[in-house]
Design a protein. Structure first.
Length: 167
């Protein structure tokens, strides 16, 4: 797949509210994952789910350019901490929009890699938050649905002020 062809879907695309099917052959997504990493990093992201680029696949990628990098196929959450942390989140589907979202401080996860092996590990902090954000995309949930309408409208106004200040 040519990374120049890969683009983000619009924030109102129906794929974003659709649960993604399981990936049967992990090796199939390797070229896609490489293109997704390039697109994500070009847009200063640390996570990107297949539906965000119009692909009906249960997979996402995450990790800063300097690493570590994760390709998570058919991801699951096995356990979550009782302690939740409220922090700002952004999303490449909604550029410049930041919302305070409450997420568990740590999670135990399970996913398949490109070579088909199964990984189980604990993620904490930003990587736990990113994993859950991208997993939400695979379940048809966008982060704007995790806050009240009032908080969303306030965040949109802040976004407009930030954009206006840059012009």
């Amino acid at each position: 797949m040519n990374e120049n062809i890969l683009t983000f879907v619009n924030d109102d695309h129906p794929i974003l509210s659709t649960a993604m099917p399981v990936v049967d052959n992990p090796k199939y997504v390797e070229p896609l994952s490489q293109s997704m990493f390039k697109l994500m990093w070009a847009n200063d992201g640390i996570g990107l789910a297949a539906p965000q680029v119009g692909m009906y696949l249960r997979m996402f990628i995450m990790g800063p350019q300097e690493g570590p990098h994760y390709v998570c196929i058919n991801p699951e959450v096995i356990a979550v901490s009782d302690n939740e942390v409220l922090e700002p989140e952004g999303c490449l589907t909604y550029p410049d929009l930041w919302l305070n979202i409450s997420r568990p401080a740590w999670i135990d996860v399970k996913y398949q890699t490109l070579d088909g092996s199964i990984v189980e590990k604990r993620l904490e902090g930003l990587m736990a938050r990113c994993y859950l954000h991208e997993l939400d995309h695979l379940d048809g949930i966008v982060f704007t649905k995790k806050v009240s309408r009032l908080k969303l409208e306030m965040a949109k106004k802040k976004k407009l002020k930030r954009i206006g200040a840059r012009i």
